[in-house]
Design a protein around this ligand. Structure first.
Ligand code: NAI
Length: 460
């Protein structure tokens, strides 16, 4: 469906927001001959490139090298006087981001994407249809894609906003540029953001305590994997306070309720990682008649909103706040614009936690299979059956759990806790997507020795 901004059609597609969703939609649209304008109010690459996925992974890699060096003796390697220089780690992070941002900029230029660095919002065009106000004028397009992302939630916890202004409470944004690791860090929320940053700052020397409201860490992570990860992170020195709700924050302390009691945790800094909310304000959504709630812009599996010609992809639709989900949504959205039939399958999108060890999952968990009333079977093997895993993980206790549909014998979920699992999990996604049955696994040749062959090991 097309829209007319009223003042004539200036562009085929206008995209608001240049994070993974926005920039990948812009590239695909332009590569397919559509006249494309990408508008971004802050930095190219969005949260993922500038203050999320990429910076965090850069920090975590330094932590991994440091931890491996500390544990070198287990592998017959003795390293003396090892230290993690946080300042240098942050500088390298900045360099990595800069290289990727420059690459993205030239890729957009080379593919003919028009770019505007300004804040954009939807307005009613002359013909009553939506246009985009940016750069001081109303621009019209046949299609508008909103990819405005999400922001860290600052919950209405007493003292949280004040302590954020005072610099004691930080979000993922500020903590990535902190000059030196705090002596003690309270991590509020043991989800993905909390665990990854807890891991880094623990390695960097902070005394880290994670306070989590639920009985398990890792959000939707398979319960058994969450338990293994918890033990592993505890062994590395991170403390966890579970079933605890933070109720107040004051200078130098976080107050929480647990088992009916109010307790206090003293800390130099606190990381607020209790989730993210879709960036829906300031976009003129109501004016343009786009349906949204505090959870995000309402979309269907084609990324269409209720307003003709207006789409929403990435975190702003609140469906799955993952950069790679945004990439897929961008593909679907642009395919629809090009008249190609496509839809997002939200059941087959991998999720990774880049702790050390990392966890990776795709498809049904035991918990979700049970909830859906699915007749399933869980096959579980120790990662120690993989020669490569054993060779590289002295004392490691990772597992691979595969969920099968008991009747069809199809693979419907794969869950791993082991390093490299982030690099393997897409293959598991292909198995699920292709409705692979247990009996088909022997037709697939896995390299030996590799961590990935644990899938063969589990099913043959
Ligand atoms: P999250 O929703 O994953 O975790 C937040 C946690 O905070 C929950 O476990 C919740 O129970 C807890 N919580 C909420 N209020 C609390 C309170 N008052 N006291 C104690 N605990 C409380 O949110 P998170 O970690 O901020 O991540 C946001 C989004 O970003 C997620 O969708 C995540 O998947 C995505 N992300 C993905 C990454 C990856 O793919 N590796 C990395 C970072 C973020």
């Amino acid at each position: 469906m097309e829209i007319d901004g009223g003042g004539g059609i200036n562009y085929d597609v206008i995209i608001i927001g240049a994070g993974p969703g926005g920039y990948s939609a812009a590239l695909k649209a332009a590569k397919n001959g559509l006249k494309t304008l990408l508008i971004e109010k802050a930095k190219l690459g969005g949260v993922c490139l500038n203050e999320g996925c990429i910076p965090t992974k850069t920090l975590l890699y330094s932590a991994k090298i440091f931890d491996n060096a500390k544990n070198g003796a287990k592998y017959g390697v003795t390293v003396e006087n090892i230290a993690l220089d946080h300042g240098k780690v942050v500088k390298r992070k900045d360099k990595t981001v800069k290289i990727l941002a420059a690459g993205l900029k030239s890729s957009l230029q080379n593919n003919g994407v028009n770019y505007l660095n300004d804040e954009a919002r939807l307005v009613k065009g002359e013909a009553g249809n939506a246009g985009v106000l940016a750069g001081g004028e109303v621009l019209a397009a046949k299609h508008i894609i909103i990819a405005s992302g999400s922001s860290a939630i600052m919950p209405p916890i007493e003292g949280a906003a004040e302590m954020y202004s005072a610099g004691m409470v930080l979000t993922n944004r500020e903590i990535l540029d902190i000059g030196e690791p705090p002596k003690s860090l309270a991590v509020i929320g043991g989800g993905v953001v909390g665990l990854e940053l807890a891991s880094y700052f623990n390695s960097a020397g902070s005394v880290v305590t994670v306070i989590e409201m639920l009985p398990q860490i890792g959000g939707g992570l398979d319960g058994e994997l969450a338990e293994i990860l918890l033990k592993d992170l505890q062994k590395k020195g991170i403390s966890f306070i579970l079933n605890a709700r933070v109720v107040r924050i004051a200078e130098g302390s976080v107050i929480y309720e647990q088992a009916g009691e109010t307790r206090e945790l003293c800390c130099e800094k606190a990381l607020m990682s209790v989730g993210r909310s879709a960036n829906v304000s300031g976009l003129g959504l109501a004016e343009a008649g786009v349906e949204f709630s505090s959870k995000g812009i309402v979309t269907n599996e084609f990324c269409e909103t209720n307003a003709a010609g207006i789409y929403a992809i990435g975190d702003v639709n609140g469906r799955l706040m993952l950069a790679h989900a945004a990439y897929r949504e961008a593909d679907v959205c642009v395919n629809r614009i090009l008249g190609i039939d496509d839809a997002v399958d939200y059941t087959n999108i991998p999720a990774v936690i880049y702790t050390n060890p990392e966890t990776a999952a795709v498809g049904e968990t035991e918990e979700s299979a049970k909830e859906k009333g699915c007749d399933y079977e869980a096959v579980k093997v120790s990662m120690r059956y993989s020669g490569r895993y054993l060779a590289e993980n002295e004392g490691g206790d990772g597992i691979c759990k595969i969920i099968l549909d008991r009747n069809s014998r199809e693979i419907i979920g794969v869950h791993m806790i082991a390093n490299y699992s982030s690099e393997i999990i897409y293959g598991a996604g292909i198995l699920i997507r292709n409705k692979t049955k247990v009996g088909d696994i022997e037709k697939i040749v896995f390299p030996h020795p590799s961590v990935g062959e644990i899938i063969r090991e589990a099913l043959i």
